[in-house]
Design a protein around this ligand. Structure first.
Ligand SMILES: [Zn+2]
Length: 343
């Protein structure tokens, strides 16, 4: 990122990288840290860069939250780490992840980042700016991260070796998130899963039995999405083991990584479920456009959208999907029989 590359020459003491999940904040923070430590400003190939980019440089410290929110204890620990001198080089970089979840810890964190030694640089990552983070944000140089436009993302995937037609499809399906687009591009089951959702309307007959079978099939598809992620997570665990071998264990580090991996898994399942529901809604919108029983098609689109919204409330996903499919099946049956849709 050019803005950060320039900043590495004469850094201020704190940066705030703000943008939705999957827009490359973590990767940018890592290469920024490498640039801050590298004797030549981030060559990408020297020993310092290699270790910083590989997550094994002792002067690049990445802090993950330990609970659902950043705790006051987390913030104090950050202050303690920030006050330490660099182990090797001229600077120490503290990367703070998920700081939109700062809540009550904001005053303690503000205190920490306002009094660092000149050798410490904070790089704070947040998905958005909640009110608690506003004062902290005012003390930081802010850099915005946005979803990548679909055509640019597709071009990047093609450059990395993805077939053009696959690249276009997964870029579209990723909502402009490079991490998700890359996962989908490496995911052989993507097209089949999408077809499973798009073809669902034709299989429904309004019975609970068919809805339950179909729900099981679609949810089994969600599990295959986690597989490419598992490979990356295994690599991160190996990286952690290597770091522990070289520099010793940091208490809690393994648990932090495990917790982050669980969050990633949850997020990826939810992303995929939302994508499935969007494919399902698109299938009904096509019918609506085709003029075939528009009232039933419209009711179906609304039912799918309502289910999508309900996901935010962390429901039992199996029950949610079964109920949706039963409802869609009834709409289907009533459209076929010319009766008014059942409520
Ligand atoms: Zn270098």
């Amino acid at each position: 990122m050019t803005q950060l590359r320039g900043a590495a020459l004469s850094p201020v003491h704190a940066y705030l990288l703000v943008g939705p999940p999957g827009t490359g904040k973590r990767e940018a923070a890592r290469s920024f840290a490498a640039a801050l430590l590298c004797p030549t400003g981030g060559c990408g190939v020297c020993d310092t860069c290699t270790r910083a980019l590989g997550g094994v440089h002792p002067d690049v410290v990445v802090r993950e939250r330990t609970g659902a929110w950043i705790s006051v204890g987390d913030a104090r620990e950050i202050g303690r780490l920030g006050a330490l001198s660099p182990v090797e080089g001229r600077r120490k970089v503290l990367v703070l992840v998920d700081f939109h979840l700062v809540q009550d810890a904001a005053p303690a964190l503000l205190k920490a980042i306002e009094e660092p030694p000149a050798t410490t640089v904070y790089v704070i990552l947040a998905e958005h700016l909640p009110p608690e983070l506003v004062t902290i944000a005012s003390r930081c140089a802010r850099i915005a991260f946005a979803p990548v436009p679909t055509d640019r993302l597709a071009a990047a995937l093609v450059a990395e070796g993805t077939a053009p037609e696959v690249a276009a499809e997964v870029a579209e399906a990723s909502g402009g998130r490079p991490d998700r687009a890359r996962l989908l591009a490496s995911d052989a089951g993507f097209a089949a899963r999408r077809a499973g959702w798009s073809d669902a309307p034709g299989r429904l007959d309004g019975t609970g039995a068919v809805a339950a079978t179909l729900a099981d099939e679609l949810l089994a598809g969600l599990e295959t999405v986690v597989e490419p992620l598992a490979a990356r997570q295994a690599a991160e665990l190996a990286e952690l083991a290597e770091r522990a071998r070289l520099y010793g264990d940091r208490p809690g580090e393994r648990k932090e990584l495990g917790d982050r991996h669980k969050r990633e898994e949850r997020r990826i399942r939810t992303d995929e479920l939302r994508f499935g529901l969007a494919s399902l809604a698109a299938a009904y919108r096509d019918r609506l456009a085709g003029g075939r029983d528009p009232a039933a098609a419209l009711a179906a689109v609304q039912a799918v959208n309502a289910a999508n919204e309900a996901l935010a409330r962390n429901p039992n996903v199996t029950l949610l999907l079964q109920a949706l499919l039963v409802r869609l099946g009834r709409l289907e049956a009533s459209a076929a029989g010319g009766r008014p849709p059942l409520r």
